[in-house]
Design a protein around this ligand. Structure first.
Ligand code: 2F8
Ligand code: CA
Length: 323
């Protein structure tokens, strides 16, 4: 069939040439016979039709080729762009990998260096570790000893503290006693000085008290006033011993006894009521006329008498010692 087409195309070409030539000869062709014209017309129509068909086919083929070319070109361009993009991406990845490779290489080298240094120091470190182990062992032993010593010191300190507390209490007690002793010593000194002074001035000492017997006579009030001026008061008789002590002077003496405030309620000059008395047998008998107490008959063990306060008699003062 291809040969046929070529033949037809060849024929067409020849015919076209003939047509071209024929156009020049068209005037002469008009002169041919009608039959020949009719045949020629049919042949020309068929050729023209064939020409149109062939041309159309050629156009279709050209269009198809153009379309395919466009598609291929488009595809190639897109693929080119994609490949370019992939190439760039691969370049970037490659660059990253190179960077990371470089970094990893540096890290590896650094680690190698460190590892080398560690290995170099490993032996020293081992020795140091062993030395530290020994030191640590010594420290532990020392710590144990120190702990024991501390506990022992704590115990000793506890005992010492107890002893110190005990000693402190004893010291305080001794200081308290010493203060008392000082006070007593002071009192004794004062007492001694007072005693010396009293004795020097004619006072007598008996059972912790100093006594002064007047050499003149006064009323009970004046007598008492004199005693007070001397730092004493009229004598208060508390017991038989004191009564006998005073009785031995064999004098009528005012003593510190009175019921001047209330008749019959005898009181001593220090305000205490009379509890132990040594009245003479019919005394007291003076009621409201005789309100002051007196030592009278020295021969009697009980020799008190109530007497008029305004009468004058000797008197006996008493100053109690502080001991
Ligand atoms: O001893 C008895 C009696 O003696 C005198 O009175 C007579 C006394 N009075 C005077 O001395 C003022 C009494 O007091 C005493 O009871
Ligand atoms: Ca009397």
């Amino acid at each position: 069939m291809a040969n046929g087409v070529h033949t037809e195309e060849f024929e067409l070409t020849m015919e076209d040439e003939n047509l071209c030539a024929g156009s020049a000869k068209s005037e002469a062709s008009l002169n041919r016979s009608g039959e020949e014209d009719e045949v020629t017309s049919v042949v020309s129509g068929r050729k023209l039709w064939r020409l149109v068909v062939v041309s159309f086919a050629l156009l279709c083929i050209l269009q198809a080729i153009f379309s395919i070319s466009l598609r291929i070109a488009f595809r190639n361009e897109a693929g080119f762009k994609n490949l370019t993009k992939q190439r760039d991406e691969l370049k970037r990845i490659n660059s990253d990998i190179e960077g990371r490779y470089k970094s990893l290489t540096e890290e590896r080298d650094e680690l190698k260096r460190i590892n080398f240094a560690i290995e170099a120091n490993s032996e020293n470190l081992t020795e140091e570790r062993d030395a530290l182990k020994k030191i640590n062992s010594d420290i532990v032993a020392s710590f144990k000893n120190l702990t024991e010593e501390r506990d022992e010191l704590k115990r000793i300190n506890f005992d010492t503290e107890a002893s110190r507390k005990n000693l402190t209490e004893q010291r305080d007690e001794l200081e308290r006693k010493l203060n008392i002793s000082d006070s007593q010593c002071h009192s004794l000194t004062e007492e001694s000085d007072k005693l010396k002074k009293r004795l020097k001035n004619g006072w007598l000492y008996f059972s912790g008290s100093f006594y002064y017997i007047s050499s003149n006579e006064k009323t009970w009030q004046e007598s008492r006033k004199d005693c007070i001026q001397k730092g004493a008061d009229l004598t208060i008789i508390n017991n038989r011993e004191e009564q006998n002590f005073i009785r031995q002077f064999k004098k009528y003496l005012w003593i510190g006894l009175t019921d001047i405030e209330t008749e019959g309620k005898w009181k001593w000059v220090d305000g205490t009521p009379l509890t132990r008395s040594f009245w003479d047998s019919k005394e007291p008998n003076g009621k409201t006329l005789e309100n002051c107490g007196q030592i009278k008959n020295p021969n009697l063990q009980n020799n008190w008498n109530d007497e008029r306060c305004s009468n004058t008699h000797n008197w006996i003062c008493e100053e109690k010692g502080s001991l």
